[in-house]
Design a protein around this ligand. Structure first.
Ligand SMILES: [Zn+2]
Length: 178
């Protein structure tokens, strides 16, 4: 496995729409290695999610450390999962605003409105169909990462730039205890 270079805002790869991949390609060594490298890179940089375009690969894959909810099953602990070809639909109409950051926009935070609850249909790294619901923080991460696959950055989703904040100032003025 390798730690990959993360594209920073301004690199055109972050503004391109990524292509879907089929099950055959998903099983290839190259794609399985990319998924391993995405996970290793995300952990190295303390991210909670990382999308393939952020490591200069224009395919519809992201990894995230999120708890998955499946009806009737207990949530497993948050460990990195790979989500391939995600399709997101909002559940309900609740929109919540909260802080986001991005490994491609280092040391910046801003408040972004997102659907509170979503349904996600996708493939996992083995090519199995995923159909899950997520709400609050995991839903936010999934929406942020799926946006990367469409060339959208969290700035694009902000209602205003008033909360755009450097990390130092975020710690100083916007957090209470942490
Ligand atoms: Zn991001």
């Amino acid at each position: 496995m390798s730690i990959l270079k993360v594209a920073r805002m301004g690199h055109p790869v972050l503004r391109a729409r990524s292509r879907a991949i089929d099950r055959g390609e998903l099983k290839s060594t190259a794609i399985q290695r990319l998924i391993d490298d995405l996970i290793e890179t995300m952990i190295e940089y303390h991210g909670v999610g990382l999308a393939a375009p952020q490591v200069h690969e224009g395919v519809r894959i992201f990894v995230a450390s999120i708890e998955q909810e499946r009806p009737g099953e207990e949530s497993p602990p948050a460990e990195p999962v790979a989500i391939i070809n995600p399709e997101i639909t909002p559940v309900g109409t609740d929109i919540v605003e909260d802080w986001e950051g991005c490994l491609s926009i280092p040391d910046i935070r801003g408040r972004v409105p997102r659907a509170r609850e979503i349904r996600v249909r996708a493939l996992d790294r083995k090519g199995e169909r995923l159909d899950l619901r997520a709400h609050d923080f995991p839903a936010r991460v999934i929406q942020h990462e799926t946006d990367h696959l469409d060339g959208i950055l969290f700035f694009d989703r902000m209602r205003s730039f008033e909360t755009l904040t450097f990390l130092d100032e975020y710690s100083r003025y916007w957090t209470k205890d942490d």
